[in-house]
Design a protein around this ligand. Structure first.
Ligand SMILES: [Mg+2]
Length: 236
């Protein structure tokens, strides 16, 4: 009997290199609009979220570009959109494929828990090729657009517990990148065991944020990649 009843993975910056995708989007916006960094960031932000809700998708980006850029070049926009149909396996975080296959072989259910618009999150799964790696596990995706963790991801974890018929998160391992969000989730599920992936290029979080998080005994490891089969084996 496995001591782990499920593995829950965040998607952005945990399984895929979202930072790289974001850079590609920023480069495109700058190129397409001729905007400087500040105006590019402003446009991205307007497409990204509104009033605590994540709204980003290629549609929301297109709407912002149409509203703010004088000559909307349809051809260039289509070329940009088509890029996301060309799979780029380099977007998958190192170790993720091996880890997913390991969990599948152990028959441990895998869930993806992600903050974002479903269509956009799904297109990133395809863009990275992660959809194929997940296979049937790819159906276990929980989306939320609610930025406030207590109302968003916490609610979705409760739904996962219901589906698995578990009372608490004692036998669940959770992989995430954001320290602030991880803290809020651990406050709601103190039994959850957590592995944190640190995206060094993500400047929203400091060394201190991760040091503080590591003080929580439920946090097994802070790692830069997902080469973690050894750590997971010790939990089985
Ligand atoms: Mg993330």
């Amino acid at each position: 009997m496995n001591m782990i009843k499920a593995a829950i993975f965040d998607l952005d910056s945990t399984l895929i290199n979202t930072q790289k995708i974001k850079e590609r989007i920023f480069d495109f916006i700058k190129d397409f609009s001729g905007f400087d960094n500040a105006d590019t960031a402003k446009l991205y932000k307007a497409a990204r979220s509104r009033g605590g809700e994540i709204t980003f998708s290629l549609n929301s980006l297109e709407a912002q570009l149409r509203a703010r850029v004088k000559d909307f070049n349809r051809r260039r926009w289509t070329d940009f959109v088509d890029r996301f149909d060309r799979e780029d396996g380099s977007l998958i975080i190192a170790g993720a494929i091996e880890l997913i296959n390991f969990l599948k072989a152990k028959k441990i259910p895998i869930y993806i828990l992600t903050l974002g618009v479903a269509a956009w999150q799904e297109s990133k799964l395809r863009y990275s090729g992660l959809d194929k790696i997940l296979g049937e596990s790819g159906e276990n995706i929980k989306f939320t657009t609610e930025e406030r963790t207590e109302r968003g991801k916490v609610k979705e974890i409760k739904e996962i517990l219901r589906e698995l018929k578990l009372k608490n998160c004692a036998d669940i391992i959770f992989f995430n990148d954001r320290p602030d969000e991880t803290r809020a989730i651990l406050a709601a599920f103190p039994e959850l065991r957590v592995i944190v992936r640190r995206e060094k290029k993500d400047k929203r979080h400091s060394d201190r944020d991760f040091e503080e998080l590591k003080r929580n005994q439920q946090v097994i490891k802070v790692a830069v990649d997902l080469n973690l089969i050894k750590e997971i084996t010790e939990l089985l």
